[in-house]
Design a protein around this ligand. Sequence first.
Ligand SMILES: NC(=O)C1=CN([C@@H]2O[C@H](COP(=O)(O)OP(=O)(O)OC[C@H]3O[C@@H](n4cnc5c(N)ncnc54)[C@H](OP(=O)(O)O)[C@@H]3O)[C@@H](O)[C@H]2O)C=CC1
Length: 259
Amino acid sequence: MTEEDAVKRIGIIGVGEIGRAIVAGLCDGADRPPEVFLSPRGAGTVAELSERYASVRVCAGNQEVVDRSEVVIIAVRRHDRHDALAGLRVAGDKVVVNVMAGVGTDDLRRTLATDAPLVRAIPLPTVRERRSVTVTYPSHPVADSLFEHLGGVLPVADEAAFNVFSALTGTLTTHYSYLATLTRWTADHGIDPGDADRYVRGLFQGVGRSLGDETRSLHQLAADHETPKGNNERIRTTWFTPANAQALGKALDDLLADL
Ligand SMILES: NC(=O)C1=CN([C@@H]2O[C@H](COP(=O)(O)OP(=O)(O)OC[C@H]3O[C@@H](n4cnc5c(N)ncnc54)[C@H](OP(=O)(O)O)[C@@H]3O)[C@@H](O)[C@H]2O)C=CC1
């Protein structure tokens, strides 16, 4: 994205975990950060962000966020959306980016009663370091260039495809819990919990790094880490059985049906 293309005024309604990560991604170390306008809820967080970044300002209310911005990012929790948004006036020349999981475009259009383009997006917390590949639908040049700047953008063809990616992001904390379970098992066998924690983190940081090697498929990476009849093959085939894989697929299907 060139400086000329860059969105210059970005509003965020709902400044919690993901809102704060987006602000950091936009402003941290940026030569010419955009002006960012924040909704006032979460007074401690927004005050801290406006102190840390000169281009960030806290607005008196959500309508002011909309009025000052070219792009408005909606990042409240799903069940807070009516309180946060009902009655706002959103002119047709704004672009609204909806990052709320499980809130479709039709639903948001009813709440906002606007003709403005509405774009759904799935930013991940790594937008903070400008390393999230953000899925968007529908593709919109302004929203796509915003997320391109935050680590990359993956526009998809329809809302059904968007929901498939959205379901995938629901597996993240399971992954952390899997690692915590390995650590607990290690400590249960008499290993110092600090050593267990450090070792498990190190093991899987190695996995994270090898995922960066896109010349090898995921199956190839697995095969490269596995000795025939070795320990990895044993755990994979005795624990991650076809029934286990099927149960994971079913949990994802059930989630998808609710999105
Ligand atoms: N966390 C993540 O990794 C991701 C989250 N999302 C989506 O982003 C949304 C927010 O998630 P997350 O950041 O985790 O949630 P948080 O609870 O951390 O943040 C939500 C923020 O919205 C604020 N808020 C509530 N009501 C209003 C209102 N009426 N006007 C303005 N702000 C309001 C809350 O303030 P208060 O604390 O005072 O209630 C809080 O600061 C969710 O819909 C989620 O699905 C999407 C992608 C990734």
